[in-house]
Design a protein around this ligand. Sequence first.
Ligand code: SF4
Length: 362
Amino acid sequence: MDLKLLERTLAELGEPAYRAGQVWRWAARGADRFGSMTDVPAALRDALEQTVPFSTLALEREARARDGTVKALFLTGDGKPVEAVLMRYRDGRRSLCLSSQSGCPLTCSFCATGQMSFGRNLTASEILDQALHFRRHAGAVDHAVFMGMGEPMMNLDAVLGACSLLPDVGVANRRTAISTVGWIPGIERLTESPMPIRLAFSLHAADEALRSELMPVNDRYPLADVLAACERHYERKRRRVFVEYVMLAGVNDSHAQAVQLARLLDPRVYKVNLIPFNPTRSRFDASSPKAIEAFRRVLSREGISATVRLTRGREIDAACGQLAARSSRRGQPSPLGGGGGGGGGGSTATVAWATLLDRLGS
Ligand code: SF4
């Protein structure tokens, strides 16, 4: 829901200031239309149905895996593709993987999103609407990671604006993670933010030259400088930084590279997530499970806490942005792409509406 349009419309209709917060609380709790907001006057519900689209995103396609993972492809009002994923875990967690941009201006060589043309930054409302879609159709959600399309630190105002309202949807800031390829100005701003959001750093190669090859952003923000920014973040927040490391066969998965990675990382500051790569239509191959486990064991022996990320929704999986990229090349609305799959507290929604808008940013 375009929250700014909602506020403007309510003001034009002469409604009291609290009304927007009332409408938002319904949406955040999973209402699927203005008509179901029973404590909003009926005439106003009708007027809103006529003037404010219930979502800024149109669902283009959705796919469901046997393990409960749901992937959605949306189009923005101006036709830009956006992907989001809901992952359900056996321990009851329901985690969202959210996009911050349509496409991505960075060009990491292993990433399908990086190969498609960049659309634009998403607004805070467009980010929230990804979460609201799953809240409406799949029930409660409690974790979120910004690991879908885009580099969140390049659109941090909108990302933090959305994070300020995600607790109303059920996702506390402590259960939210923002993943970056190392955009230092964004890391520094997140360090200054009062919100206790987890920082995740997509490292992928401990060697500067290889990292630049995989991720050209490394030429702008070299690894050593990014690690220094992550360590300042840890000093301030006292929360470990997650290092994401995608496992590419014969590229970054050798014994020597595991040792090099371990020696680069301070075990007090970092925890490593090894990510099995989805190689669909890529020039890279996935490391074998055996190679991933051997890599993990080396890290553990060197004192670095490391886990292998569970793969979710494998049969509907595609690398983040892949099908969206293919469709955008055709100049058509895209079919389902599938997100990166990257990755408490209750919702009270008691904040006054003016404050909500302040938190969303402009
Ligand atoms: S990995 Fe992230 S930053 Fe790199 S191209 Fe893909 S979406 Fe962009």
